[in-house]
Design a protein around this ligand. Structure first.
Ligand code: ADP
Length: 652
């Protein structure tokens, strides 16, 4: 059946479970409390925690100008210009303070130690200054880590909200096509990669890159000839090696990324399918298969490790070669009085420092790659347009009477394979219509078109004569209630679950709804009444009780039109009677589409529509259809003969 996990609007379900942790906390999982020695710390932390302003968030189906902006690293950072400027200034300051050491050394030698310039005062002053700069750079680095850390967490907070808001906009087709696991990983690992990148990667790259520039500039300032020699001899080899490293490590990264995806896919399939695996004795083959995919992933990692192992030591080697050349050339220049010893020593010290950023960058390279890949993936996600979108000029649908018209409607989840073909159907206000037919006939699909979970590929769906594509999704769905086959209950109490469909539901209304759907007895039995927490997805309630809750939720939302997918799982006779009674109350004065799996439900509807192979086969009152002796009559006969079980199995 097509409803599974799908219905999200009106009084229906949703895609994701609510906060599971809040749930387990309330469900009374064993938790010993915070140890007393941590309590003070915790209180202090809580007191210093930033208070979040009361939420002024609004949801608009159409993204704002700002939300439509292309997702790039500069654009997300640009929202916090002050922090970016502060971070950049700090990076510049750190790079200068860090590189003052060799210059001070040169000064101390030239003006404090060389013959004719002996001065303990100069040496002492230089040593003190060295210390001061070292201290300053440590303090600045601490400040910088603080600034970039805060910047990163703000950027990520914004991004999480932006992606989540986008999820709320996307249409159902997106959630059926994309695996929830993939979306989860966008929200977790991708956003974390990016956070890591903004926090450490960007500033490290800026700092180390700047350090190399500063050192080069200082070398030229110290002595142009020697600096030119050094650059000419060292930089070309370094450049070639770096180009090779970039290519090789990109390849390694792509390889390991693809292979970890295979590992995760294999893992999740084995875990989800564990019952089938065990039942078919596939454990050994599974292990062998996993051994292969994990091995391939390890090989990819080893490749990256080998690339790093070549590049790192090779740059060190170039550094040493550079120093040997420097010793030769510089020594010659000293002997021929073109250079003094102090400058040569400074050159040595700087050349050494020129290579250490490279080592650091090698370590940070994977952060850069992951950050880049993550932002590309998040951009792809954010740029996915909802298939069912609101028009720019969408109007508010006024309160409707409840006439539903399907006008020559055709639809296919995949346009090449139509599921519905030229359906014409009119449902009068207040009328209840049962859709019956074999599984896969298209009953749920037709119902999903009525509240715009999908748009027809051809034809129109009208509510009170208004094409539903011309109205806002909010005004449309607030008048349509949906009760899915598998009602989704959120983490929270019975009260919050019932009041889900409408804000400002009063206690009296909730109590009334509980009576209407026949849940009074259950509520009386529960320890905290309607405030009793519902366990995750309502697993502690019976199927019938979950259905009743879903009906009560729809009842409270007071929709003009109700779409109900009857549960296929057989209920016990008592629950069935209770639910039928609740349904009668719920349908009073409402237009209703009932996807009927039990023909008893169909028999109670005003009209029955028999759907098969994506088309309407028969329409009429139950009496008319039985008298006509057509498809419905034979279904009914088969159903009676089978003892009145699931109608969709009683094929026409
Ligand atoms: P019914 O409710 O009558 O059992 P559905 O409307 O759920 O039938 O399904 C009609 C056809 O559409 C079936 O062949 C089903 O496999 C297909 N279908 C249902 N949902 C989807 C979906 N989300 N994506 C692709 N095909 C789907």
């Amino acid at each position: 059946m097509g409803w599974g996990g799908g219905w999200g609007g009106g009084g229906g379900g949703g895609m994701f479970a609510g906060s599971a942790s809040a749930q387990s906390g309330r469900a009374g999982l064993p938790f010993g409390g915070i140890p007393s020695e941590l309590m003070d710390e915790a209180t202090r932390l809580l007191a210093s925690e930033e208070k979040r302003a009361p939420s002024s968030l609004a949801f608009r189906q159409r993204p704002t100008e700002r939300e439509r902006r292309r997702l790039t690293l500069p654009s997300v950072l640009a929202v916090y210009p002050k922090w970016v400027v502060a971070g950049s200034l700090l990076v510049i300051a750190i790079s200068f303070t860090l590189q003052s050491g060799p210059l001070l050394t040169e000064f101390a030698i030239a003006h404090g130690m060389e013959r004719g310039h002996h001065s303990l005062a100069v040496v002492a002053a230089c040593a003190l200054a060295y210390l001061a700069f070292a201290l300053a750079s440590a303090l600045l680095q601490r400040l910088q880590v603080n600034v970039t850390g805060r910047l990163a967490s703000r950027v990520m907070h914004d991004l999480r909200i932006r992606v989540f808001t986008h999820f709320q906009r996307l249409s159902l087709d997106f959630f059926t096509e994309e695996k929830a696991g993939v979306l989860m990983s966008r929200m977790t690992s991708d956003i974390e990669n990016l956070q890591q990148f903004v926090q450490d990667g960007v500033s490290q790259f800026a700092l180390q890159g700047l350090t190399m520039v500063v050192i080069t500039a200082v070398l030229f300032a110290l002595n142009v000839t020697l600096a030119t020699w050094t650059v000419l001899l060292v930089v070309p080899i370094l450049l070639l090696l770096t180009i090779w490293f970039h290519r090789a490590s990109e390849r390694g990264y792509l390889l390991s990324r693809d292979r970890i995806a295979v590992v995760l896919a294999d893992l999740s399939e084995s875990l989800y399918g564990i019952r089938v695996v065990a039942a078919h004795n596939r454990q050994r083959r599974n292990i062998r298969n996993h051994w292969h995919v994990v091995g391939a992933y390890r090989d990819a990692n080893l490749y990256t490790a080998r690339v790093n192992a070549v590049y790192g030591p090779a740059t060190t080697m170039i550094g040493i070669l550079g120093q040997a050349l420097l010793l030769g050339i510089g020594g010659h220049m000293v002997l021929s009085h073109q250079l003094n010893v102090a400058t040569l020593i400074a050159f040595f010290l700087y050349l050494n420092r020129f290579f250490s950023p490279i080592q650091l960058l090698v370590q940070q390279y994977s952060t850069l790659q992951q950050g880049r890949a993550s932002i590309t993936r998040l951009r792809g996600l954010i740029e996915t347009a909802p298939q069912v979108d609101e028009r720019e000029d969408a109007t508010t649908l006024p309160t409707i009477e409840g006439r539903i018209t399907f006008e020559d409607v055709s639809f296919g989840y995949n346009p090449a394979a139509p599921v519905l073909r030229h359906v014409d159907l009119e449902i009068a206000p207040g009328e209840s219509v049962a859709f019956v037919g074999p599984t896969g006939a298209g009953k749920s699909t037709l119902a999903k078109l009525a509240n715009r979970f999908y748009d027809p590929t051809e034809g129109r769906v009208l509510l009170d004569g208004v094409d539903i594509r011309t109205v806002t999704l909010h005004s449309l769905r607030s008048q349509l209630g949906v009760v899915p086959q598998e009602p989704f209950l959120f983490a929270g109490s019975i009260r919050t679950n019932l009041a889900f469909g409408r804000t400002g539901t009063s206690d009296d209304e909730i109590e009334n709804a509980i009576d209407v759907v026949g849940l009074r007895e259950l509520v009386r039995r529960l320890p905290e009444g309607i405030d009793t927490p519902v366990h995750e997805r309502g697993q502690t309630l019976s199927a019938g009780e979950r259905q009743q809750l879903a009906l009560a939720r729809a009842f409270l939302a007071r929709p003009r039109v109700l779409i109900l997918d009857e549960a296929t799982s057989s209920l016990d006779l008592r629950s069935e009677t209770v639910i039928e009674r609740a349904l009668d109350r719920l349908l009073e004065g409402r237009t209703a589409i009932l996807i009927a799996h039990r023909l008893t439900t169909a028999q109670r509807a005003n009209r029955i529509v028999v759907i098969d192979h994506g088309g309407v086969v028969e329409v009429g009152t139950p009496g008319e259809l039985l008298a006509a002796n057509g498809a419905y009559a034979s279904m009914y006969a088969a159903w009676l003969a089978s003892g009145g079980r699931d109608a969709s199995r009683a094929n026409t």
